[in-house]
Design a binder for this molecule. Structure first.
Ligand SMILES: [Zn+2]
Length: 402
Protein backbone atom coordinates (compact mmCIF):
# COMPACT_ATOMS: atom_id res chain seq x y z
CA UNK A 1 0.00 0.00 0.00
CA UNK A 2 1.32 3.44 -0.86
CA UNK A 3 2.00 5.79 2.00
CA UNK A 4 0.40 9.19 1.82
CA UNK A 5 0.80 12.08 4.21
CA UNK A 6 -2.49 13.91 4.42
CA UNK A 7 -4.80 14.24 7.42
CA UNK A 8 -8.32 15.17 6.35
CA UNK A 9 -10.44 17.50 8.53
CA UNK A 10 -13.73 15.80 9.42
CA UNK A 11 -16.90 17.56 10.56
CA UNK A 12 -19.35 15.51 12.62
CA UNK A 13 -23.12 15.87 12.80
CA UNK A 14 -24.96 16.94 15.97
CA UNK A 15 -28.15 15.07 16.94
CA UNK A 16 -30.50 17.24 18.97
CA UNK A 17 -32.43 14.48 20.75
CA UNK A 18 -34.53 15.78 23.64
CA UNK A 19 -32.55 13.88 26.30
CA UNK A 20 -29.29 15.63 25.45
CA UNK A 21 -27.40 18.16 27.53
CA UNK A 22 -27.21 21.86 26.77
CA UNK A 23 -23.56 22.68 27.36
CA UNK A 24 -20.96 19.96 26.91
CA UNK A 25 -21.12 19.36 23.17
CA UNK A 26 -21.62 23.06 22.24
CA UNK A 27 -18.55 23.93 24.36
CA UNK A 28 -16.57 21.03 22.91
CA UNK A 29 -17.21 22.09 19.32
CA UNK A 30 -17.19 25.79 20.25
CA UNK A 31 -20.68 26.49 19.02
CA UNK A 32 -23.06 28.90 20.77
CA UNK A 33 -26.34 27.52 22.05
CA UNK A 34 -28.41 30.62 22.80
CA UNK A 35 -31.77 28.82 22.51
CA UNK A 36 -30.79 26.04 24.96
CA UNK A 37 -31.25 23.34 22.36
CA UNK A 38 -30.36 19.84 23.56
CA UNK A 39 -27.08 18.64 22.01
CA UNK A 40 -27.35 14.88 22.59
CA UNK A 41 -24.82 13.29 20.24
CA UNK A 42 -22.02 14.20 17.87
CA UNK A 43 -21.70 11.57 15.12
CA UNK A 44 -18.50 10.94 13.20
CA UNK A 45 -19.10 8.26 10.62
CA UNK A 46 -20.92 7.23 7.46
CA UNK A 47 -24.43 6.61 8.84
CA UNK A 48 -27.14 8.01 6.55
CA UNK A 49 -28.92 9.74 9.43
CA UNK A 50 -25.80 11.76 10.26
CA UNK A 51 -23.05 11.49 7.66
CA UNK A 52 -19.78 13.25 8.53
CA UNK A 53 -18.22 15.67 6.05
CA UNK A 54 -14.58 15.42 5.03
CA UNK A 55 -12.52 18.25 3.53
CA UNK A 56 -10.17 17.26 0.70
CA UNK A 57 -8.16 20.01 -1.00
CA UNK A 58 -10.59 22.69 0.19
CA UNK A 59 -13.63 20.77 -1.10
CA UNK A 60 -16.22 19.34 1.27
CA UNK A 61 -17.50 15.85 0.54
CA UNK A 62 -19.40 13.26 2.58
CA UNK A 63 -16.94 10.84 4.16
CA UNK A 64 -18.92 7.90 2.74
CA UNK A 65 -18.71 9.33 -0.79
CA UNK A 66 -15.01 10.01 -0.37
CA UNK A 67 -14.49 6.42 0.82
CA UNK A 68 -16.46 5.07 -2.12
CA UNK A 69 -13.96 6.86 -4.37
CA UNK A 70 -10.92 5.90 -2.24
CA UNK A 71 -11.66 2.43 -0.80
CA UNK A 72 -7.89 1.82 -0.41
CA UNK A 73 -8.04 4.26 2.50
CA UNK A 74 -9.83 1.57 4.54
CA UNK A 75 -6.75 -0.65 4.45
CA UNK A 76 -6.86 -3.99 6.22
CA UNK A 77 -10.53 -3.77 7.30
CA UNK A 78 -11.75 -4.16 3.68
CA UNK A 79 -11.28 -7.91 3.64
CA UNK A 80 -13.74 -8.41 6.52
CA UNK A 81 -16.00 -5.35 6.42
CA UNK A 82 -16.08 -4.34 2.76
CA UNK A 83 -15.77 -0.87 1.31
CA UNK A 84 -17.23 1.20 4.17
CA UNK A 85 -16.26 2.11 7.71
CA UNK A 86 -17.48 -0.67 10.05
CA UNK A 87 -18.01 1.66 13.01
CA UNK A 88 -19.80 4.79 14.15
CA UNK A 89 -17.89 7.12 16.49
CA UNK A 90 -19.85 9.42 18.81
CA UNK A 91 -19.79 11.80 21.72
CA UNK A 92 -22.90 11.48 23.93
CA UNK A 93 -24.16 13.90 26.57
CA UNK A 94 -26.87 12.17 28.59
CA UNK A 95 -28.94 14.67 30.60
CA UNK A 96 -32.12 12.57 30.89
CA UNK A 97 -31.82 8.81 31.29
CA UNK A 98 -32.10 6.72 28.13
CA UNK A 99 -34.25 3.65 27.60
CA UNK A 100 -33.24 0.20 28.83
CA UNK A 101 -31.97 -1.70 25.82
CA UNK A 102 -29.95 -4.58 24.53
CA UNK A 103 -28.58 -5.58 21.15
CA UNK A 104 -28.51 -8.87 19.21
CA UNK A 105 -25.59 -11.04 18.19
CA UNK A 106 -24.59 -11.00 14.53
CA UNK A 107 -26.31 -14.39 13.99
CA UNK A 108 -29.54 -13.22 15.68
CA UNK A 109 -29.49 -10.05 13.58
CA UNK A 110 -29.06 -11.93 10.29
CA UNK A 111 -31.92 -14.32 11.16
CA UNK A 112 -34.20 -11.66 12.67
CA UNK A 113 -33.75 -9.22 9.78
CA UNK A 114 -34.60 -11.91 7.26
CA UNK A 115 -37.60 -13.15 9.27
CA UNK A 116 -39.08 -9.65 9.57
CA UNK A 117 -38.48 -9.03 5.86
CA UNK A 118 -40.29 -12.29 5.04
CA UNK A 119 -43.13 -11.33 7.36
CA UNK A 120 -43.51 -8.09 5.37
CA UNK A 121 -42.94 -5.75 8.33
CA UNK A 122 -41.89 -2.39 6.87
CA UNK A 123 -38.45 -1.12 7.99
CA UNK A 124 -40.09 2.02 9.34
CA UNK A 125 -42.80 0.19 11.34
CA UNK A 126 -42.70 1.11 15.04
CA UNK A 127 -42.81 -2.58 16.01
CA UNK A 128 -39.98 -3.57 13.67
CA UNK A 129 -37.10 -4.96 15.79
CA UNK A 130 -34.37 -5.60 13.21
CA UNK A 131 -33.51 -2.53 11.15
CA UNK A 132 -30.49 -4.21 9.56
CA UNK A 133 -28.60 -7.52 9.69
CA UNK A 134 -25.72 -6.39 11.90
CA UNK A 135 -24.83 -6.72 15.58
CA UNK A 136 -24.28 -3.59 17.67
CA UNK A 137 -21.56 -4.01 20.27
CA UNK A 138 -20.65 -0.70 21.91
CA UNK A 139 -17.65 0.50 23.90
CA UNK A 140 -17.62 3.78 25.72
CA UNK A 141 -15.15 5.86 27.70
CA UNK A 142 -16.42 8.44 30.18
CA UNK A 143 -15.50 12.11 29.73
CA UNK A 144 -17.33 13.10 32.95
CA UNK A 145 -18.61 10.98 35.84
CA UNK A 146 -20.94 8.59 34.07
CA UNK A 147 -23.81 6.47 35.43
CA UNK A 148 -25.43 3.50 33.78
CA UNK A 149 -27.32 0.28 34.35
CA UNK A 150 -25.46 -2.79 33.07
CA UNK A 151 -26.54 -6.44 33.26
CA UNK A 152 -28.45 -8.31 35.96
CA UNK A 153 -27.10 -8.31 39.51
CA UNK A 154 -26.44 -11.69 41.19
CA UNK A 155 -29.63 -13.30 42.51
CA UNK A 156 -28.62 -12.85 46.17
CA UNK A 157 -28.12 -9.11 45.61
CA UNK A 158 -31.46 -8.81 43.87
CA UNK A 159 -33.11 -10.62 46.78
CA UNK A 160 -31.48 -8.26 49.28
CA UNK A 161 -32.78 -5.31 47.23
CA UNK A 162 -36.30 -6.74 47.15
CA UNK A 163 -36.19 -7.34 50.92
CA UNK A 164 -35.17 -3.76 51.60
CA UNK A 165 -38.16 -2.22 49.80
CA UNK A 166 -41.64 -2.95 51.21
CA UNK A 167 -43.27 -2.24 47.85
CA UNK A 168 -41.41 -5.26 46.42
CA UNK A 169 -42.61 -7.81 49.02
CA UNK A 170 -44.72 -9.68 46.43
CA UNK A 171 -41.68 -10.15 44.20
CA UNK A 172 -39.55 -12.07 46.73
CA UNK A 173 -41.31 -15.45 46.39
CA UNK A 174 -41.27 -15.15 42.58
CA UNK A 175 -37.50 -14.71 42.62
CA UNK A 176 -37.05 -17.59 45.07
CA UNK A 177 -39.27 -19.91 43.01
CA UNK A 178 -38.29 -19.04 39.48
CA UNK A 179 -35.00 -17.14 39.51
CA UNK A 180 -34.02 -13.97 37.70
CA UNK A 181 -35.60 -15.01 34.39
CA UNK A 182 -38.92 -15.87 36.04
CA UNK A 183 -38.97 -12.64 38.02
CA UNK A 184 -38.18 -10.50 35.00
CA UNK A 185 -40.70 -12.34 32.81
CA UNK A 186 -43.40 -11.86 35.45
CA UNK A 187 -42.73 -8.14 35.72
CA UNK A 188 -42.63 -7.63 31.95
CA UNK A 189 -45.89 -9.57 31.46
CA UNK A 190 -47.93 -8.14 34.33
CA UNK A 191 -50.99 -6.13 33.33
CA UNK A 192 -50.47 -2.38 33.67
CA UNK A 193 -52.95 -2.28 36.59
CA UNK A 194 -50.73 -4.58 38.62
CA UNK A 195 -47.60 -2.57 37.75
CA UNK A 196 -49.37 0.55 38.99
CA UNK A 197 -50.43 -1.12 42.25
CA UNK A 198 -46.91 -2.32 43.06
CA UNK A 199 -45.12 0.85 42.05
CA UNK A 200 -47.56 3.34 43.58
CA UNK A 201 -46.25 2.98 47.19
CA UNK A 202 -42.67 3.25 45.89
CA UNK A 203 -43.47 6.37 43.90
CA UNK A 204 -45.22 7.84 46.91
CA UNK A 205 -42.26 7.17 49.23
CA UNK A 206 -39.65 8.43 46.75
CA UNK A 207 -41.60 11.59 45.94
CA UNK A 208 -41.30 12.63 49.58
CA UNK A 209 -37.67 11.61 49.96
CA UNK A 210 -34.74 13.98 49.49
CA UNK A 211 -32.29 11.88 47.50
CA UNK A 212 -28.86 13.04 46.40
CA UNK A 213 -26.76 9.87 46.41
CA UNK A 214 -26.40 8.52 42.88
CA UNK A 215 -24.86 5.27 44.19
CA UNK A 216 -28.37 4.04 45.15
CA UNK A 217 -31.15 2.92 42.80
CA UNK A 218 -33.72 5.03 44.70
CA UNK A 219 -32.14 8.19 43.28
CA UNK A 220 -32.62 6.99 39.70
CA UNK A 221 -36.06 5.48 40.33
CA UNK A 222 -37.23 8.84 41.66
CA UNK A 223 -35.85 10.53 38.56
CA UNK A 224 -37.52 7.89 36.35
CA UNK A 225 -40.90 8.51 37.99
CA UNK A 226 -40.44 12.23 37.32
CA UNK A 227 -39.41 11.59 33.72
CA UNK A 228 -41.93 8.86 32.82
CA UNK A 229 -45.02 9.86 34.74
CA UNK A 230 -45.61 10.29 38.44
CA UNK A 231 -48.63 10.02 40.74
CA UNK A 232 -51.77 8.77 39.05
CA UNK A 233 -50.29 7.94 35.67
CA UNK A 234 -49.40 4.52 34.24
CA UNK A 235 -45.97 3.75 35.60
CA UNK A 236 -43.13 2.54 33.36
CA UNK A 237 -42.27 -1.06 34.33
CA UNK A 238 -38.65 -0.35 33.42
CA UNK A 239 -38.42 1.22 36.90
CA UNK A 240 -38.14 -2.30 38.37
CA UNK A 241 -35.01 -2.85 36.31
CA UNK A 242 -33.24 -0.02 38.11
CA UNK A 243 -33.31 -2.34 41.15
CA UNK A 244 -32.46 -5.54 39.23
CA UNK A 245 -29.46 -4.35 37.17
CA UNK A 246 -25.98 -3.35 38.29
CA UNK A 247 -25.79 0.39 38.87
CA UNK A 248 -22.34 1.36 37.58
CA UNK A 249 -20.36 4.56 38.07
CA UNK A 250 -17.59 5.10 35.50
CA UNK A 251 -14.94 7.72 36.27
CA UNK A 252 -13.53 9.94 33.51
CA UNK A 253 -10.99 7.98 31.46
CA UNK A 254 -12.48 4.58 32.32
CA UNK A 255 -14.84 2.68 30.05
CA UNK A 256 -17.24 -0.23 29.66
CA UNK A 257 -18.30 -2.57 26.85
CA UNK A 258 -21.86 -3.62 26.01
CA UNK A 259 -21.84 -7.06 24.43
CA UNK A 260 -24.86 -8.75 22.83
CA UNK A 261 -27.76 -9.50 25.17
CA UNK A 262 -26.53 -7.38 28.07
CA UNK A 263 -29.34 -5.07 29.19
CA UNK A 264 -28.09 -1.53 29.74
CA UNK A 265 -29.30 2.03 30.14
CA UNK A 266 -27.30 5.22 30.19
CA UNK A 267 -28.46 7.34 33.12
CA UNK A 268 -26.29 10.46 33.14
CA UNK A 269 -22.95 11.79 31.96
CA UNK A 270 -20.82 12.46 28.89
CA UNK A 271 -18.89 9.79 27.02
CA UNK A 272 -17.10 8.93 23.84
CA UNK A 273 -18.70 5.88 22.25
CA UNK A 274 -17.73 3.58 19.43
CA UNK A 275 -20.13 1.01 18.00
CA UNK A 276 -20.74 -1.24 15.04
CA UNK A 277 -22.90 0.15 12.24
CA UNK A 278 -26.38 -0.96 13.27
CA UNK A 279 -29.71 0.29 14.60
CA UNK A 280 -30.76 -3.02 16.15
CA UNK A 281 -32.16 -2.23 19.60
CA UNK A 282 -34.53 -4.20 21.85
CA UNK A 283 -36.09 -1.85 24.36
CA UNK A 284 -36.99 -2.97 27.85
CA UNK A 285 -38.65 0.04 29.44
CA UNK A 286 -37.93 3.63 30.47
CA UNK A 287 -39.28 4.51 27.07
CA UNK A 288 -42.39 5.59 25.24
CA UNK A 289 -41.32 3.43 22.30
CA UNK A 290 -42.41 -0.12 21.48
CA UNK A 291 -41.37 -2.88 23.91
CA UNK A 292 -41.55 -6.35 22.33
CA UNK A 293 -41.58 -8.51 25.46
CA UNK A 294 -41.23 -11.99 23.87
CA UNK A 295 -38.38 -10.71 21.69
CA UNK A 296 -36.69 -9.17 24.73
CA UNK A 297 -37.06 -12.34 26.81
CA UNK A 298 -35.56 -14.49 24.09
CA UNK A 299 -32.52 -12.24 23.54
CA UNK A 300 -31.49 -10.98 27.01
CA UNK A 301 -28.73 -12.57 29.07
CA UNK A 302 -30.19 -13.41 32.47
CA UNK A 303 -26.95 -14.62 33.98
CA UNK A 304 -25.58 -12.31 36.65
CA UNK A 305 -23.02 -9.89 35.25
CA UNK A 306 -20.02 -8.50 37.09
CA UNK A 307 -19.41 -5.16 35.40
CA UNK A 308 -15.94 -5.04 33.89
CA UNK A 309 -14.65 -1.49 33.98
CA UNK A 310 -12.01 -0.91 31.28
CA UNK A 311 -9.09 1.20 32.45
CA UNK A 312 -7.34 1.09 29.06
CA UNK A 313 -4.34 -1.08 28.24
CA UNK A 314 -1.15 1.00 27.85
CA UNK A 315 0.36 0.75 24.34
CA UNK A 316 3.12 3.28 25.06
CA UNK A 317 3.57 6.17 27.49
CA UNK A 318 0.89 8.26 25.75
CA UNK A 319 -1.66 5.81 24.40
CA UNK A 320 -4.06 3.27 25.86
CA UNK A 321 -6.44 0.87 24.09
CA UNK A 322 -9.89 -0.08 25.44
CA UNK A 323 -9.89 -3.59 24.04
CA UNK A 324 -13.11 -5.54 23.58
CA UNK A 325 -14.13 -8.79 21.87
CA UNK A 326 -15.62 -6.77 18.97
CA UNK A 327 -13.71 -7.13 15.69
CA UNK A 328 -15.46 -4.07 14.24
CA UNK A 329 -13.68 -1.36 16.21
CA UNK A 330 -11.13 -0.32 18.79
CA UNK A 331 -11.10 2.88 20.82
CA UNK A 332 -7.76 4.33 21.90
CA UNK A 333 -7.04 7.32 24.11
CA UNK A 334 -3.94 9.44 23.64
CA UNK A 335 -2.99 11.83 26.46
CA UNK A 336 -0.07 14.26 26.60
CA UNK A 337 0.33 15.99 30.01
CA UNK A 338 3.29 17.97 28.59
CA UNK A 339 4.11 19.21 25.09
CA UNK A 340 5.45 16.43 22.91
CA UNK A 341 5.50 14.61 19.60
CA UNK A 342 3.13 11.82 18.66
CA UNK A 343 4.51 9.65 15.90
CA UNK A 344 2.67 6.35 15.62
CA UNK A 345 3.26 3.66 13.02
CA UNK A 346 1.23 4.29 9.85
CA UNK A 347 -2.19 2.83 10.67
CA UNK A 348 -3.25 -0.46 9.07
CA UNK A 349 -6.90 0.67 8.83
CA UNK A 350 -8.66 4.01 8.50
CA UNK A 351 -8.77 6.02 11.71
CA UNK A 352 -10.87 8.90 13.00
CA UNK A 353 -9.27 11.08 15.65
CA UNK A 354 -11.20 13.51 17.87
CA UNK A 355 -9.43 16.16 19.96
CA UNK A 356 -11.36 16.41 23.24
CA UNK A 357 -8.95 18.83 24.89
CA UNK A 358 -5.84 20.71 23.80
CA UNK A 359 -4.41 21.16 20.30
CA UNK A 360 -2.31 19.20 17.83
CA UNK A 361 -0.41 20.45 14.78
CA UNK A 362 0.34 18.14 11.87
CA UNK A 363 4.09 17.81 11.37
CA UNK A 364 3.38 16.96 7.72
CA UNK A 365 1.67 20.16 6.59
CA UNK A 366 1.06 22.39 9.59
CA UNK A 367 -2.71 21.82 9.83
CA UNK A 368 -3.99 22.67 13.32
CA UNK A 369 -6.67 20.60 15.06
CA UNK A 370 -8.02 22.10 18.26
CA UNK A 371 -10.50 20.92 20.88
CA UNK A 372 -13.69 19.58 19.33
CA UNK A 373 -12.12 19.06 15.91
CA UNK A 374 -11.71 15.70 14.26
CA UNK A 375 -9.72 14.33 11.37
CA UNK A 376 -9.68 11.26 9.18
CA UNK A 377 -6.48 9.29 8.56
CA UNK A 378 -6.38 6.89 5.60
CA UNK A 379 -4.68 3.55 6.22
CA UNK A 380 -0.98 3.71 5.49
CA UNK A 381 -0.60 7.42 6.22
CA UNK A 382 2.71 8.26 7.84
CA UNK A 383 2.23 11.27 10.08
CA UNK A 384 3.40 12.97 13.20
CA UNK A 385 1.72 15.49 15.44
CA UNK A 386 3.14 18.27 17.59
CA UNK A 387 1.02 18.05 20.70
CA UNK A 388 0.32 20.86 23.17
CA UNK A 389 0.32 20.16 26.89
CA UNK A 390 -2.91 18.72 28.38
CA UNK A 391 -4.09 17.31 25.09
CA UNK A 392 -6.41 14.32 24.85
CA UNK A 393 -7.24 12.54 21.61
CA UNK A 394 -9.66 9.68 21.09
CA UNK A 395 -8.91 7.48 18.14
CA UNK A 396 -11.33 5.07 16.44
CA UNK A 397 -9.85 2.28 14.35
CA UNK A 398 -10.35 -1.35 13.38
CA UNK A 399 -8.19 -3.84 15.25
CA UNK A 400 -5.96 -5.93 13.00
CA UNK A 401 -4.39 -9.11 14.23
CA UNK A 402 -0.89 -9.25 12.79
ZN1 LIG B 1 -26.84 0.20 23.58
Amino acid sequence: MKNNETLFPLRGVVQHYAWGGYEYIPELIRQKNPDQEPFAELWMGVHDRGPAVLTDGGEEILLKDWLAAHPDALGASRAKFGDQLPFLFKVLDVREMLSIQSHPTKEQAVQGFEAENKAGIPLSAPHRNFKDDNHKPEVMVALTDFWLLHGFKPEAEILATLESEPAFAALQPILKDSGIYGLYKTIMEWPQQQINEVLQPLQSRLSRAHLTDKEYPDFWAKRAFEQYGGEGSDYDRGIFSIYLFNLVHISPGAGIFQGAGIPHAYLEGVNVELMANSDNVFRGGLTVKHVDVPMLLSHLKFDAVTPEVLEGEALNSFEAAYKTPAADFQLNRVYFPERGKYKPEPPKTAEIVLVTEGTVVSGNDGQVFAQGEAFFIPAGTSYELDVEEHTTLFKALVPVSS
